[in-house]
Design a protein around this ligand. Structure first.
Ligand SMILES: [Zn+2]
Ligand SMILES: [Zn+2]
Length: 387
């Protein structure tokens, strides 16, 4: 089914290992999995970390009874990029068809990805036998520099600098270009040059930013990852329009990521921290962002009175009373008389919070979406909380 725009959904953004502690809940603890849907309805899945389970829960068979069809790109074979595979429901129905793409690993040999699947499903690592995975599966091996056309999208692969190898991918869709470059350490000329070429003029760059610049220069040098600062440098050099910092360290708390984001914002205007549930839409190269509510932990009812303080595009500060329609641990949606500046800081004070409704709760975030005024003359404002 044609979607008429290009959509990027983030189902897992954490690197190395899933996290389940409260300190990492806002940005999310599932390991890499990004879904890309292009205007002609072609579905791509980028990496199969634990986020794949979240994606698969929302995968429903077509209304006409047809099966699911997706092209799955696996960047490399480290656990955090493959561990969601056995939990992908779609793989257990014979009506579905999946085309997998990855590279031939020196350690696994021919049909590397096929071997990974077999090994993951072998006893005693998983209780269900591979024969239960009845979906049709096709495997293609790629190498750096390879190009292929799938539906309305052209895909280019590029080698990245990572232990045991890793591929980055560029997707040129009718709505714009997206580069997915996770698990890469900058600093080796030949890799830096090909990645720069891959990113040239991209509308969206999803880049590894696991470490701080200080860690990358010292104790984490050689671990195969990048930083927000190296990501910003790459984005500037390559003329990238929007930069998404990705593959967060399991030891980075939400607060650490907020700090990294602030530092990155001081050097590059359109930079975002990838968060689970974030959805980007590209429509003729215009990007908009929303946050899907993936956790209900703090979700409140439809009428939550609040005071909202922000800044309009002409620099005027405003404060107004509003009713929050949608509130989660990650963000909120609110209707306002004043239209705030996109990307500006905004503060939401929930006036009646706490056990007796006496304690105000102050939430700070950034404006990620401004919908035009509706009949009520109010604009819809999407807020992504930072701290
Ligand atoms: Zn990784
Ligand atoms: Zn890795």
């Amino acid at each position: 089914m044609a979607s008429q725009s290009t959509k990027l959904s983030f189902w897992g953004v954490r690197g190395s290992t899933p996290t389940v502690d409260r300190a990492t809940m806002r940005y999310g603890g599932n390991t890499p999995c990004v879904e890309l849907t292009t205007p002609d309805g072609t579905r791509f899945i980028l990496d199969c970390g634990t986020g794949l389970r979240m994606l698969s829960n929302g995968y429903t068979p077509a209304a006409n009874g047809g099966g699911l069809n997706a092209h799955i790109f696996v960047t490399h074979y480290h656990w955090d990029h493959i561990q969601g595979l056995p939990f992908f429901n779609g793989l257990y129905s014979p009506r579905n068809h999946f085309h997998f793409y990855s590279f031939r690993s020196d350690f696994l040999g021919r049909d590397s990805l096929k071997r990974v699947l077999e090994a993951q499903m072998a006893l005693p690592y998983f209780p269900i036998d591979l024969s239960a995975m009845s979906a049709q599966r096709e495997f293609t091996e790629l190498s750096g520099g390879d190009r292929l056309v799938i539906g309305d999208t052209s895909v280019t692969a590029c080698w990245l600098n990572h232990p045991q190898g890793c591929l980055g991918f560029r997707f040129d869709t009718p709505d714009g270009s997206i580069v997915y470059a996770t698990d890469n350490e900058p600093g080796r000329k030949e890799f830096d040059a090909t990645l720069l070429e891959l990113c040239a003029g991209a509308d969206v760059l999803i880049n590894d930013a696991q470490f701080t610049p200080e860690q990358l220069a010292n104790e984490r040098k050689g671990w195969g990852h990048s930083s927000w600062q190296a990501s910003v440098c790459l984005a500037k050099l390559a003329g990238v329009r929007h930069l998404i910092l990705f593959h967060h360290d399991p030891d980075s708390t939400d607060k650490d990521l907020d700090d990294n984001l602030r530092r990155a914002q001081s050097q590059f205007e359109n930079v975002y921290m990838a968060a689970e549930g974030m959805v980007l839409t590209l429509d003729s190269r215009r990007m908009s962002m929303a946050v899907r509510i993936v956790r209900d932990l703090m979700r409140h009812g439809t009428h939550c009175p609040a005071l909202v303080a922000g800044c309009s595009p002409d620099g005027q500060a405003f404060t107004e009373e509003a009713v929050i329609r949608d509130l989660s641990i990650q963000g909120a949606f609110v209707q306002l008389q004043s239209a705030p500046q996109l990307q500006s800081s905004i503060e939401v004070t929930i006036t009646n919070f706490g056990e007796n409704g006496q304690t105000p709760l102050i939430l700070r975030g950034r404006v990620v979406r401004v919908d035009p005024a509706s009949t009520s003359n109010k604009v819809g404002v999407g807020i992504l909380f930072t701290d």
